[in-house]
Design a protein. Structure first.
Length: 268
């Protein structure tokens, strides 16, 4: 056999999309947009997502020498690096609105698919075999705690979700997690859930070139400082509520008939 032509084609960026709460791949209705931080006008978009939740870019501005193989792969990744990575912004949008939009900053080219976790929206369908925890998170002034992070833990299992710009958040909780108590004949099994919130607007920041309606960079959201939560008038680092099979758990600071909101006090 005689080789007539040898062609190298490399993809500078691939992202692996998964649901933040369940870890399952996300692929339906997805648009992934990428652009160099310094040149947002050069943005490129794709709607092609594999069954495993992977979206890739074969052509990106500023990466021609990597993509066409005219430079060695080691020149970009092995020390000493001849070609430094290009700072890029990646935005993921879900047309089904089952997930919140996500913005990430990534160095490109990326040696492996970049993991992107998509928070579920309050309108997302509830996965089979799960219970539901919902919250409407507000500040002491009654303003929505936009992009707050709600953390849940019980019996060694931890999960969570991200609030939208209205402070609303929904988190599916697996029934397979062993309950912490048998409960009563009326309630059935009971999960004593510890609730924590991360929320500090000063920690949130946007990405270069992002649109006005885009969320903050995901890493700035997930790494916010812990907030204090109001538990019947007392602010503490966490509160506990009982989740049962009887219906969704609405996490609130006060008992009915007060408004079903979770009040938070941000860190200084």
């Amino acid at each position: 056999m005689r080789v007539l032509e040898h062609v190298i084609r490399r993809a500078g960026l691939a992202v692996r999309l998964h649901d933040l709460a369940t870890g399952l791949p996300v692929r339906d209705g997805i648009t992934v947009t990428a652009w160099p931080e310094a040149h947002p006008e050069l943005r490129v978009a794709t709607t092609a997502v594999t069954g495993a939740g992977i979206a890739g870019f074969t052509r990106l501005p500023g990466l021609g020498a990597f993509e066409d193989g005219s430079t060695a792969r080691a020149d970009w990744f092995a020390s000493p690096v001849r070609f430094p990575p290009v700072p890029y912004v990646v935005r993921v949008e879900d047309a089904t609105r089952d997930h919140l939009a996500v913005v990430r900053q990534v160095p490109v080219p990326a040696a492996a698919p970049v993991e992107v976790a998509l928070p579920r929206s309050v309108r997302a369908p509830i996965p089979a075999g799960t219970l539901t925890v919902v919250a409407s998170i507000v500040t002491e002034a009654g303003q929505p705690a936009a992009w707050a992070v709600l953390g849940l833990s019980a019996g060694g299992y931890t999960t969570g979700g991200v609030a939208d710009d209205r402070g609303a958040v929904l988190v599916p909780y697996p029934r397979a997690v062993p309950p912490t108590a048998l409960g009563t004949p009326g309630s059935g099994p009971l999960w004593r859930v510890t609730v924590r919130v991360r929320y500090r607007p000063a920690d949130q920041f946007g990405a270069p070139g992002a649109d006005a309606g885009d969320p903050p960079v995901l890493t700035s959201v997930l790494t916010q400082q812990p907030a204090l939560v109001d538990d019947a008038g007392v602010f503490a680092g966490s509160l506990q509520r009982d989740l049962t099979t009887g219906g969704p758990l609405v996490v609130s600071s006060r008992a009915a008939p007060a408004p079903a909101v979770l009040v938070v006090r941000t860190a200084p």
